[in-house]
Design a protein around this ligand. Structure first.
Ligand SMILES: [Zn+2]
Length: 269
């Protein structure tokens, strides 16, 4: 398989759902001005963090990867699982590459991304601090695959209600962090050879949080931006497809056990 990009950056917004359409997101608007986007990607059921981040990074639905918030908090992801993370594929193909994951919710680092891959992992207790660590890392490193998880939008959803004014303000704050990371790639001269993916793991119900299968909980924004991404709406996408898109971008052969697929037509050639 050909390697389409030197780098992929996956920037995840916990609990963002499809509510980006209601928030002020000037940085994402610019990032995806020529990108492929959807506000109707379907995440995994139940709409819970470990289940959904697991699907995004492991390429399969929760019935297969079996992760729950409790499990990812308690033990490392099985390095022998038939459902390897996209980081494992990247490590197999690029033994010397820098791979990095920065998560506010650290169980993703320990419980979803395998521990035996030499992935640089870090966490912080606020999304702004996570972003600062990412920027400091990018100043001196050139990761082939970068994953970042911001957590505070979900916190605002639980506190104020998903879709509430203060929740939408938090999305706007995270938009600025996403913009800062994209700008760092630009300044490094990497932007033309990077695929950027921004996605939520799940949304939430204005009153009841998340975990169910209502549209507010299960529909998420996903955007892809890169030089061979076809501008327009992504049709028929699931959260687990992000693993497949990442593999395609880096020229990695997706395991047969993955059920995620590259959505039709998102690459222009
Ligand atoms: Zn979540």
């Amino acid at each position: 398989m050909k390697q389409r990009y030197q780098r992929v950056a996956i920037l995840g917004v916990d609990g963002g759902g499809a509510f980006f359409s209601q928030a002020q997101t000037p940085c994402m608007d610019q990032l995806f001005a020529h990108g492929a986007t959807t506000y109707r990607a379907v995440t995994s059921i139940p709409t819970i963090s470990a289940e959904c981040w697991g699907s995004m990074l492991l390429g399969v639905e929760p019935e297969k990867h079996g992760l729950t918030n409790e499990i990812v908090s308690l033990r490392p992801y099985d390095p022998l699982s038939p459902y390897p993370s996209v980081f494992r594929l990247a490590r197999a193909a690029f033994p010397a590459a820098q791979l990095a994951s920065f998560c506010n919710w650290n169980p993703i680092n320990s419980g979803i991304i395998e521990e035996d891959l030499g992935v640089y992992k870090d966490t912080a207790d606020s999304d702004a601090a996570v972003c600062e660590k990412v920027l400091a890392y990018l100043a001196n490193n050139d990761p082939t695959l970068l994953f970042v998880q911001f957590d505070e939008v979900d916190g605002a959803g639980h506190k104020f209600g998903y879709g509430a004014a203060l929740y939408l303000e938090k999305i706007a704050e995270i938009d600025a962090l996403i913009g800062a990371i994209a700008a760092a790639y630009q300044e490094k001269g990497w932007a033309n050879d990077t695929l950027f993916i921004v996605s939520a793991d799940h949304g939430g119900n204005p009153l009841h949080g998340h975990g169910g299968d209502s549209d507010a909980e299960k529909l998420i924004f996903t955007g892809c931006a890169g030089r061979d991404i076809r501008h327009g709406e992504i049709e028929d996408m699931r959260v687990r497809d992000i693993a497949a898109i990442t593999a395609e971008a880096l020229g990695l052969t997706a395991p047969a056990a993955w059920t995620g697929q590259v959505p039709a037509g998102i690459f222009s050639c």
